[in-house]
Design a protein around this ligand. Structure first.
Ligand code: FAD
Length: 410
């Protein structure tokens, strides 16, 4: 029986299946995932899960009964090894095949391996899956010093979580600032101060040379020759998209599976969404690949709607235009970002009189690209509306001492 086959039972894959059923799709829906677990949320892994004894079930997107009730066939603990585009089928690792009318690639991304000497020693961890988090959590009790390689969202969320467990934490970041790919300089600087205040040692402009120890890690050697003690090392140095399956099937890839504004690959029967997909953004005018729950969910909903509408006419289809947003919880600080702010050439900081809060308006010329906030959810939510509706926020208005986004749009 054909129907929709979804490769990857993560955030995006789950959402396609759920939205198809919600929209009344009557055909077969099969969700194939190589992790042996029901679809779950990853964000808590680096925030609460590693520092508590929370049960895995608390992460579930839906209980098992949901999949039974909605006739979503689960093939968990199984991986898709190949796509036969001519036969419209996929082959699983055990040799069995599934045919499809539509195939959705939601294969996500894998942690980047930093190829330094000793990276495979015991006590060296990565964090992408619940299994990774549980392994890390199990070893944390006996560790007092932790080195984290990478000062991005995940490294910093873990650093803050480990401060709560009173570990001695060092973050090693090769760039000259924290979260350099994703936030503006003032926001990087704010988090540098706050993490240091929480007790974390942060080394910027510093690379790791090797992991020290015999079988188990006892620390890391830095590229400048210094040694840092560490009972545990977490490598959190970014991800690479899982696009090998698509590439082997002759689909276009370019650091991700290349899709059009409707999430379609070159093969009209095959979509790609979420962390694995590179798509033309209507917001930046460039090809982007985003790693966020919002992006995974919204692209999944769009693809489900396309399949339900059985409409393949590019002239009548609305392109993917959801406004990107993201959050990161680092100790007491909730960072929220709306828009894609990487191309900003000017950042206007709101004049707030409250400590520990921040609103950064990121402009390219006169155009507002996005807003980065810390512990200011009101401005974040309003920012989403402003960007979605294309409302204008003038740079000189924001620069005024008494500017307030909420009064400006009331
Ligand atoms: P994934 O959720 O990675 O799912 C892909 C699945 O496909 C995986 O299970 C993978 O094993 C499987 N797969 C791959 N290849 C195959 C194959 N051939 N056959 C079968 N299965 C396959 N985002 C936020 O917006 N806010 C946050 O605070 C936040 N925190 C995060 C914290 C952590 C620790 C991590 C790891 C991510 C976080 N993210 C956060 C990012 C967010 O979780 C991802 O963007 C989202 O999970 C992407 O969904 P996806 O379905 O594209 O990929």
């Amino acid at each position: 029986m054909s129907g929709v086959v979804i490769v990857g039972a993560g955030q995006a894959g789950f959402q396609v299946a759920a939205s198809l059923r919600q929209g009344g799709f009557a055909g077969a829906v099969t969700l194939v995932g190589d992790e042996p677990r029901l679809p779950y949320q990853r964000p808590p892994l680096s925030k609460t899960y590693i520092k508590t004894d929370a049960a895995f079930d608390s992460l579930l997107l839906k209980p098992e009964s949901f999949f039974e009730k909605h006739a979503i066939a689960l093939r968990l603990g199984e991986s898709v090894a190949a796509i036969d585009r001519a036969a419209r089928s996929v082959t699983l690792a055990d040799g069995s095949a599934l045919t499809f009318d539509h195939l959705v690639l939601a294969t996500g991304a894998a942690n980047r391996v930093v190829p330094v000497r000793g990276h495979d020693r015991r006590g060296v961890h990565q964090l992408r899956t619940a299994e990774d988090a549980e392994r890390l959590r199990a070893e944390l009790a006996a560790a007092s010093t932790v080195a984290i390689v990478g000062g991005g969202f995940i490294g910093l969320e873990v650093a803050a979580a480990l401060q709560a467990l009173e570990k001695r934490v060092t973050v090693i970041e090769a760039a000259d600032r924290l979260m350099g790919r994703t936030v503006s300089r003032p926001v990087s600087a704010f988090f540098l101060d706050e993490h240091r205040r929480m007790g974390t040692t942060i080394l910027l402009g510093t690379a790791i040379d090797s992991v020290l120890g015999d079988q188990r890690t006892r620390g890391v050697r830095l590229s400048d020759g210094r040694d840092i003690d560490a009972d545990l090392v977490l490598i959190a140095a970014g991800v690479t998209p899982n696009d090998q399956l698509a590439e082997a099937a002759g689909l276009r890839t370019d650091r991700g599976v290349v899709v059009d504004q409707h999430m379609r690959t070159d093969d009209r029967a095959i979509f790609a969404i979420g962390d694995c997909a590179v798509f033309p953004s209507v917001h930046t005018g460039t090809a982007v690949r985003l790693e966020s729950v919002q992006n995974a969910v919204d692209q999944a909903k769009l693809v489900a709607a396309r399949i339900l509408a059985q409409d393949d006419d590019a002239a009548t289809l609305e392109p993917y235009r959801a406004v990107p947003w993201f959050w990161s919880d680092q100790g007491p600080f909730k960072l929220q970002i709306v828009g894609l702010t990487a191309g900003a050439d000017h950042v206007e900081m709101a004049k707030l009189d409250e400590a520990g809060k921040l609103v950064a308006y990121c402009f390219a010329g006169e155009r507002l690209l996005g807003i980065e906030t810390v512990n200011r959810p009101g401005e974040h939510m309003l920012g989403r509306r402003i960007l979605a509706d294309g409302l204008l926020v003038a740079r000189d208005a924001v620069a005024r001492h008494d500017f307030d986004l909420k009064t400006h749009f009331n």
